[in-house]
Design a protein around this ligand. Structure first.
Ligand code: NAD
Ligand code: MG
Length: 389
């Protein structure tokens, strides 16, 4: 079989690096056509030397010259800026595009991939959260598919092969609960970025790690599941499962529950997406179930983690509301990481952005971009008003 030709956007991040590890572990199966990232030119140049793609792209224009200089003797086209990155997202010669960019910055790229009729292996959940209403119509026309990399959605996708859409009663997303599951609520204001960046079961980029600590990540994942599986938010639940062994569960109408289990290792869902529709032997993530011993479950405590409740409100409102939720969360998390916003105020910034919101219920791309922009402005103002700790 011909190697599958892939483009990796966000190649220098946690998911991007794991994707390249999966590629390395399956010699001859993939050809990397293009690699793109935001600003880590050193790692991008190193990845170029290992995978020899035809194109590399650094989204940050100021970093373009550095990358071009370090690769000037090489047979590679060095691109810079968002428009070049979007060009790569729809590259004619690609069989599959992996979007591992963080944040709504990945939205245009995701839309470009599916608009060009290419399958999209999607880690960048924020693009689906913000642009959810746009994807279905495009994909119906181009026949492109989204192959989820997010572990919960990969689990649901695998489990849903056991039944039909009208046999689903409920999707149950599992959540580790993050590092503050048992932390005293009165001390939430004292949580520092360093504390929030220590996740108990997953090693990830900083934004998603903070999202996991507030449970905003699970909120984003509820909205992501609505967009991927056309199941309404009231039929999607979240359960805390601290061992992160069960990655999600589908409850069917006959009350059977079917789950997917594996070690918490992102290389597994990445492998599943890259090889889909085939399953291949993988050396990653084998599970000794007797060794795990105990799997536990509990309801999420919404008084401690109010962001999850806010995410459900945004999901119910639909249209542009999830884009607002996501944009305000991005601003709040960035402010928390810079120590200019207290951990327990992240929710206030998001609530403020959603307050009094006029939802556009069947938005076009411009409505989404506008909602995202306005939410960021409002969130920045709110952060400015909230004095840190
Ligand atoms: P990360 O911070 O480690 O990496 C982000 C990547 O995106 C980097 O390569 C960076 O250069 C690139 N990037 C950032 N801004 C960009 C921009 N404006 N234009 C182009 N590239 C840009 O993040 P991560 O943990 O790898 O997460 C990536 C995505 O995958 C997120 O949406 C996250 O929610 C999702 N995800 C991650 C994990 C995980 O285990 N890390 C699990 C599930 C889902
Ligand atoms: Mg996840």
């Amino acid at each position: 079989m011909e190697p599958r030709k892939i483009v990796v956007l966000g190649s220098t991040g946690s998911i991007g690096r794991s994707t390249l590890e999966v590629v390395t572990n399956h010699p001859g199966q993939f050809e990397i056509l293009a690699l793109a990232a935001h600003s880590n030119t050193e790692l991008l140049a190193e990845q170029y030397r290992r995978f020899r793609p035809r194109y590399v792209c650094v989204a940050n224009p100021a970093k373009g010259r550095t990358l071009a200089d370090s690769l000037k003797e090489e047979p590679v086209e060095v691109l810079t800026g968002e428009s070049d990155l979007i060009r790569l997202a729809g590259l004619d010669t690609a069989d599959l595009v992996v979007n591992a960019i963080v944040g709504a910055a990945g939205l245009r790229a995701s839309l470009e991939t599916v608009s060009k009729g290419k399958n999209l292996a999607l880690a960048n959940k924020e693009s689906l959260v913000a642009g959810g209403p746009l994807f279905a119509a495009i994909m119906a026309k181009t026949k492109a598919r989204i192959l989820p990399i997010d572990s919960e959605h990969s689990a649901l996708w695998q489990v849903l092969a056991c039944g039909k859409a009208d046999e689903i009663r409920r999707l149950i997303l599992t959540a580790s609960g993050g590092p503050f599951r048992d932390f005293p609520p009165e001390k939430f204001a004292e949580i520092t970025p360093e504390m929030a960046l220590r996740h108990p079961t997953w090693e990830m980029g900083p934004k998603i790690t903070v999202d996991s600590a507030t449970l905003a990540n699970k909120g984003l994942e509820v909205i992501e599941a609505v967009a991927l599986f056309s199941v309404p938010p009231e039929n999607i639940s979240v359960v805390i499962h601290p061992q992160s062994i069960i990655h999600s569960i589908v409850e069917f109408i006959d009350s059977s529950m079917v789950a997917q289990l594996s070690m918490p290792d992102m290389r597994l869902p990445i492998t599943y997406a890259l090889f889909w529709p085939k399953r291949v032997a993988s050396g990653f993530g084998r599970l000794d179930i007797a060794d795990v011993g105990k799997l536990t479950f509990e309801e999420p405590d919404l008084s401690r983690f109010p962001v999850l409740k806010t995410a459900y409100k945004a999901a119910q409102a639909g249209g542009t509301a999830p884009a607002v939720f996501n944009a305000a969360n991005e601003i709040a998390v960035a402010a928390f990481l810079k120590e200019s916003l207290a951990f327990n105020k992240i929710v206030d910034v998001i609530e403020d952005a959603l307050y009094d919101l006029k939802v556009v219920s069947s938005p076009a791309i411009d409505d989404i971009i506008e909602a995202d922009k306005k939410a960021r402005e409002k969130a920045r103002r709110k952060v400015g008003k909230l004095v840190c700790c």
